[in-house]
Design a protein around this ligand. Sequence first.
Ligand code: SF4
Length: 733
Amino acid sequence: LPAGDLEWKKAPCRFCGVGCGVKVGIENGKAVAVKGDENSTVNKGLCCAKGYNAVIAMYGADRIKKPLVKKGDKYVEVSMKEALDLVASKMKETREQYGNDSLSIYGSGQWTIQDGYVASKLFKGCLSTNNVEANARLCMAGAVTGFLTSFGMDEPMGCYDDIDHADVFFLWGNNMAEMHPVLFSRLLDQKYKRKAVIIDFATRTTRTSVAADKSILFKPQTDLAVANAISYVILKNGWENKEFVSKYCTLSKGKTNIGYGLRDKFKFSDEPVPIDLDEYIEFLEDYTPEKVEKISGVSAKDIRYMASLYGDPNKKVTSFWCMGMNQHTRATWINNLVYNIHLLTGKISTPGNSPFSLTGQPSACGTVREVGTLTNRLPKGVVNNQKDREFAAKIWGVPASNIPPKPTYHTVEMFRALDRGDIKFMWIQVTNPMVSLPNVNRYTAGAKKEGRFVVVSDIYPTPTTDVADVILPSAMWVEREGMFGNSERRTQYFEQMVEPPGESMSDTWQLIEVARRLGFEKQFPYKKETHIEEIYNEYRQFHDNDKHNMAPLEVLKAEAGMQWPYVNGKPTKWRFNAKYDPACTKGEFDFYGRPDGKAVIWQRPYEGPAEVPTAEYPFWLNTGRVLEHWHTGSMTMRVPTLYRAMPHAYVELNPADANDKGINTGDMVRLSSKRGELVLPALINDRGLPPVGQVFVPFFDENMLVNKLTIDAYDPISAEPDYKKCAVQVEKV
Ligand code: SF4
C-alpha cells in the first residue's frame, strides 16, 4: 500500500460474480489501492489477485479517452458531442429506412443495473425492438431456463451462508479454485474447520481437484446420464424424502424436444407434462450405475458413492456449478437434473442444502437477469405476456403497444442477423464479443460487412473496437456511480470516487444522451447529479409490494450490499421456505414461482453433444478462464503483475498425448477444428490435467484466440452455446 493517509470508500469488486466487498483507497483524485472490506459477509476482508489489482486496471497506457470515428481506414478523434450526434442520427436513419428490428444493442453482465435498465427502456420501450441481448446469454442463460422450468422463478434460493452449514460441497464441472477463488477459500475453511467434504466432479483435473477430498472425472456431456443415475440410486434405496416430494413437487416430462439451433421453433421455456412416479422410475431404468458407467466412464461404485452423499439424511449438501453445466447444448436439462436430486431428497431452501448456480460476471444477476436485458425478458416478466408489457410500459411512460410481443434474436442469432444484414446497427457496451463469441471468425467478418454500423463503448482497444464505426470512451467502475448484483441476489452500490479520463462517460449517460437526441426527453428526464438514484427508484417500482422487493438506496449506501427479496427491512436468505421467506403462503415450503406452488422434477434424457471427435479431429477441446485474468483479458492484461504471471494462452495436454506426439512444455502446437486453427505453446502437467484425448485452452488471450475453433451450437431452450466441447486436431509445429 502507498504511504500516507488514503481515503477509503466501499464498492463491490469490478470483476467476478462472487461480488466481494472491497475498499478503494483514494489519494489526490486517483484510485491507488484496494483492500477487502471486512464488513462484507461475502469475503470477510479477503480478495483474490484480480480484486487487489482492480485499480491498476483503470490506468493502462492505451486507455481510450476521446471518441473515435472511422473515416476510411483510419480512426479520427472527435468530440463526445459530435460522436453522440452521429450515433443518434445513424440510429434514426437506419430505423426509418429498415425498421425497428434493424437496430440492436448488445451489453453485458458487467453493465451496471442502471446501464441495463436504460438500454432496455430505450430499445424495447421507445424504439420498439426486442433486439436487446447481453453476453450473459453466453454464460448463464441455461441457469435461468433451469430455474424457470424447475421453479418458475429465476436465481438461487440459497445464499453464501449455505457454505457455513453444508457437510458436503458437490462441484459440478466447476473449477471454483480459479473461477470463484474467494468463495472457494470459504469452502476450504469449512473443510479444515468442520471436515466438510468437497467432491470435484469434472471433465479435467484442476487446482480445485487437488484441494478436493475426491476428484471424479466424467466424459464430456455425460453429466446428464450421471445425474439421472444418482436419482436412480436414491429412489432404488428409498433415500428420497417422500413427504417433501408428495407435498412440494410434481413429476413431469417436457413438451419441447427440439434439435440444436432451430431458430423458428425457439421457446426460451418448456411446458411440463405431468407423469407419475412409476413412469419416472421406468425412465430411470436406462440409467442404472452399470449402464451409466459405460457411457460416462464413471465407475458404478463412484456413482453409488455420490448418490449416498446426497441420500444420507444426516448430511447437508450444497451443489455448486457455473459454466461447466451452463455452456452445454443441454444446459437447461442438466440444471433441471441437479435440481431433481435436491428435490427428491428435500435438500433445498434450508441452511446448507442448496443447489447453487454461480455466475461469472459482477452483475449477470443484478443487471441481465433482474433488469432483464435479454430479448425475451422485461424488468419484471417476459415480453410474450401482455400484462407484463402493460406494466413495463406504464412505468416507462410509453404506450404498451410499443413493446413488441415476441422475442427476436438471442445472442448467437443476433450476430448471425448482423452477418446476414437483417440487423444494420449494433451498439456494443462493456463486452468484447470478437474475442468471446464461439466460432468468432464468422461473426467478426459479418460485423465488418458493408452496410453495417457498429458502435462500441469501451475503455481499451480490443478486437471488438477494431470492427467499430464509432468508439465511445467509457467511464470504468468507480469513475462513475452504479450498482452490481452478485450470485447470491446481493445488490451492491458504489459511488463515483474519481474523475474518468478525457471525455469518458458512463454507459448509462451515453444511452441517456442518445435517447434524448432521438426525441425521448420525456422518458429520460433524469438529472446528471441524481440520475443513478432516480433510475434505481424507477426500477424498484417493478418490484414494489411483490416477492422480489429491492432494498432502498440509503440501505445500499450504508451496507456492504443487501439481498432481495428485501421485506420489512430485512433480506431473505432462503427463499421458498416459510421459516425465512415471508412470501410463502402455502405451507412449510412454497415454490411460489409455479402456479401450484410445487417445484418440477423433470424427466430429462441423456443426449450426445453437437460435435464429437473423429479420425480427422480426434481430440476434445475444452475452454475456460484462468485465475489471473478477467474474461477476455482486456483489463487484466494491462495489469503488469497479472500479465507477468500469465502473459499468454497455452494448450494443456495430458502427458501421454504429449509423449505420443513428441510435445514438451513450451513447444508450439497447432490446434485445428472445422472452423479455424490456432498455434500456441504447450503446457504439460502444470496447472491442470486433461484426460487422454482432451486438451484445454483458456480464452483470455486476444492474440491466441481459441474461439476461432469453438462451435456455435447452443442449448435449444436457453440458447446458450457450448464452449466446453468440440473436436480438434493437435499437431506439433
Ligand atoms: Fe473480485 Fe471475484 Fe476475486 Fe472476489 S473473487 S476479489 S469478486 S475477482
